[in-house]
Design a binder for this molecule. Structure first.
Ligand code: KG4
Ligand code: ZN
Length: 337
């Protein structure tokens, strides 16, 4: 079964064709990073306009690179939430148009679930999950908008264990990146700067929220604001690297501790790191160091937003009989559980 996936929930216009939920035939991503970099974050109105311009060429390219014709497709899967309303609308309407024109099923996909399904895609990469994953699995979904610990008991069967009470992990990386005078997006920039820094230079606070699997990053962010003020504003050089490394260590410490503990307490057979922040090499290394079960992470191009994960997820949703009507609407605040 071949599924065309479409993803426009934030600032990447993406389309991909995936066979049997596992094999990537094509995976095209048009990033808007350059467009938003000058604002230090995603500018929603500009994101929707850029999606409108990119969606048709991106879908065409995905079909060409997959070397298949429209008659070879079995379904169109699309992210309908969570995300930015204007951005989601572009992908959902494009998917509806294509599905209607070609007489194909339209499969609604939750963006967070899609990040988890990146692990079903077959790739030769260090850290990639094997094809015989056994449930239950513990998924840490860490992206620009979400930080959630989810127990996956089966395909489509999830239990919410905890999540952030304020900022998402990626959001904290992006905000602290701005405070440190680093380019957008903050996550990769902080990781790069942190390589030259000392993670124990500053002892930054960790919100343990004992007895829960919840997270909070706003106190940590405020501590970085104070630190920057104390040192006379936007830091450079060694100081910038030390703050970046100390901040990254604080985030990773809490994420890793809670992820490993929840996997043990729920008898998970493996830990799946999912979402943009799972691209972070320090996070991957620390979770691996501490875990007592295997830890998997997709290659970086499948950690950040892409449509291959949407097509993979759509494949399993279609197998479960989930199909949308032509009245499918976007749900910006959609939850997984
Ligand atoms: O999953 P994603 O591409 O989009 C959303 O669904 O939000 O995640 C984007 C987030 C951004 O906040 C970005 O700063 C963060 O992932 N990110 C990273 C790294 N690469 C991307 N955070 C930490 N370290 C990285 N290497
Ligand atoms: Zn995402």
């Amino acid at each position: 079964m071949r599924v065309l996936g479409i993803e426009t929930s934030c600032d990447e216009t993406a389309a991909a064709v995936v066979a049997d939920g596992r094999h990537i035939l094509s995976n095209v991503v048009a990033s808007q990073v350059d467009l938003h970099a000058r604002y230090g974050g995603v500018f929603p109105e500009m994101a929707s306009r850029a999606h409108i311009e990119a969606i048709v060429p991106v879908v065409q390219e995905a079909m060409e690179k997959a070397h298949i014709g429209w008659d070879d497709l079995d379904a169109v899967a699309v992210t309908y939430g969570p995300g930015l309303v204007g951005s989601l609308l572009v992908g959902v309407n494009a998917a509806k148009g294509l599905a209607l024109a070609r007489g194909l099923p339209l499969v609604p996909v939750n963006h967070l679930e899609a990040h988890i399904y990146a692990h079903w895609l077959r790739v030769e990469a260090e850290g990639a999950a094997p094809p015989d994953l056994e449930f239950p699995l513990l998924a840490l979904v860490v992206s620009g908008g979400h930080t959630e610990l989810i127990l996956m008991r089966d395909h489509g069967a999830y239990e919410y264990l905890g999540g952030t009470l304020d900022d998402a992990a990626g959001e904290a990386f992006d905000k602290v990146g701005r405070l440190l005078g680093l380019p957008y997006p903050g996550g990769p920039a902080i990781e790069r700067a942190a390589r030259q820094g000392d993670p124990s230079a500053f002892r930054l606070p960790r919100a343990w929220l004992e007895g829960t699997y919840d997270f909070s990053f706003s106190g940590l962010k405020t501590a970085v604001v104070r630190l920057v003020q104390q040192h006379g504003g936007t830091p450079r050089g060694r100081l910038q690297a030390d703050i970046a490394a100390s901040f990254q260590e604080a985030v990773v410490d809490v994420l890793a501790t809670k992820t490993v503990r929840s996997a043990e307490e729920h008898g998970a057979t493996a830990i799946l790191l999912c979402g943009g922040v799972s691209a972070n090499r320090r996070l991957r290394a620390v979770v691996r160091e501490r875990a007592t079960v295997p830890v998997y992470y997709p290659p970086i191009f499948l950690c950040t937003d892409n449509a291959a994960m949407v097509a993979a997820c759509g494949h399993f949703r279609l197998l479960a009989g989930q199909q949308a009507g032509w009245d499918l609407d976007v749900v910006p605040g959609l939850r997984l559980v």
